[in-house]
Design a protein around this ligand. Sequence first.
Ligand code: SF4
Length: 392
Amino acid sequence: MPTDQAPEGATSPDAKPRLSFAVPVPKGKAPRHLADLDLAGRKAVLKDAGLPAFRADQLSRHYFTRFTRDAQDMTDLPASQREQLAAELLPDLIHEVRALRADGGRTIKHLWELHDGVRVESVLMRYKDRTTLCVSSQAGCGMACPFCATGQMGLTRNLSTGEIIEQVRHAAQVSERGDLTGGPARLSNVVFMGMGEPMINYKNVVAALRRLTSPAPEGFGMSARGITVSTVGLVPLIRKLSTEGMPVTLAVSLHAPDDELRDELIPINSKWKVGELLDAAYDYYSTTGRRVSIEYALIKDMNDHAWRAQLLADELNARGRGWAHVNPIPLNPTPGSIWTCSEPDVQELFVDTLRRAGITTTVRDTRGSDIDGACGQLATEVLNQERARTRR
Ligand code: SF4
C-alpha cells in the first residue's frame, strides 16, 4: 500500500492533502477578457463603452488569427481608438515568471503569474508531426492525488476562460514566431493536462473549448480532434461533456484497474469507482465517436504488475473492442518523493500484456523531465527558491 509524504507547508509529517470539491472564492475576479465572451458579448461591451460594436470582429481576428493583443499591431483600427479598444477587451492576464527550455529547444515550460499573484504552468512541446500545448485549468488542485506535486498544493482557484486561452494564444504566437527549435510551427494540439482537474472548472473549460474550436472571429478554429480533456473521473461531468457537441478526446487518468489500489492513488475513486468510470468513458466514446485515452502512470512496485495490466485489458475488453487506447507513462518523480518510475523490464512486460490482450498501447514520452516536467513541480521549485531567498 502506498504511503504519502507530507504536503508542502504541512505542520505534521502524517498530514495528507485532502480531497476537496470546494472551489475557494478568488480574491477579486480576473479582468474581463475578449475570450470570456462570445462575439455578441464582445460587441455589447464595446457598445456600452461608446465604441463601434463592429470593431469587436476586427479585434477578435487580430487575437485569434494573428495571436496578438498589442494595440500597436492593429493597424486597420483607427489610431485614436486602438488603446481604448484593447483596454476594454484585451487586458494583460498572464505574466511570465520563468521560461525553461529542454529537449534541445523543442520543449518550453512557462511559469505564469496571474492578476492576483497566483501561479500556473504550461508546457509547449514540438513533435515531428504536431505541436502541443499542455494548459492549466486551475491554480493548484483539490483532487489530492498523493504522487502529484500540484495535488500537494491544494486548490487556490479556478482559472477564467481568458486565463486559459491566454496560455494558448501565447503558445500559438511563440510557435509561429519560430521560438521552438526547428523553425516556425503551427500549434495543432491542446491538452488539458496541466495544473488542475478541468471538470471541476467545467463552465470555464467548456467555454475555452468553444474558443479553441470555433472559427475566427469567435475563436482559433482548431480541430476538436487535436484537443484532449483529461480527468481523474468526475463521472456526471464526463457524461455532460459528451452532450456539448464538441468531439474532443477524453483522457481518463486511471492509474489502477482495481478499486482497492485506486482508492489510495486517486482519492476521488472513493466517490466514483473504476467500473462506473469506465462505463462513462465507454459511453463518451459511443456518443462522440472519439476513442478514449486511458492514462496510466507506471509507479514502481505500486501499480506496475503484469496481473494489473491483464485486469485493465479485461475491464476494457468487457465493454467492447477498439474503443480505448492505453498510454502508460513512466512517472515523473516529485522531488524528495517515494513515488518513482518502474524498471524498464517491468514496464515492457506491462505493455506486452496489454498488447497481447488486443489493447492499443503507446508509452508516452516524458518531455521536459529535466525541467521539472510534471505539473506543479516548477511552481513548487520557484516558490521554494523564493522562500529560501526571503529567509536569508
Ligand atoms: S494528478 Fe491531476 S487531478 Fe490529481 S492532484 Fe494532480 S493535477 Fe489534480
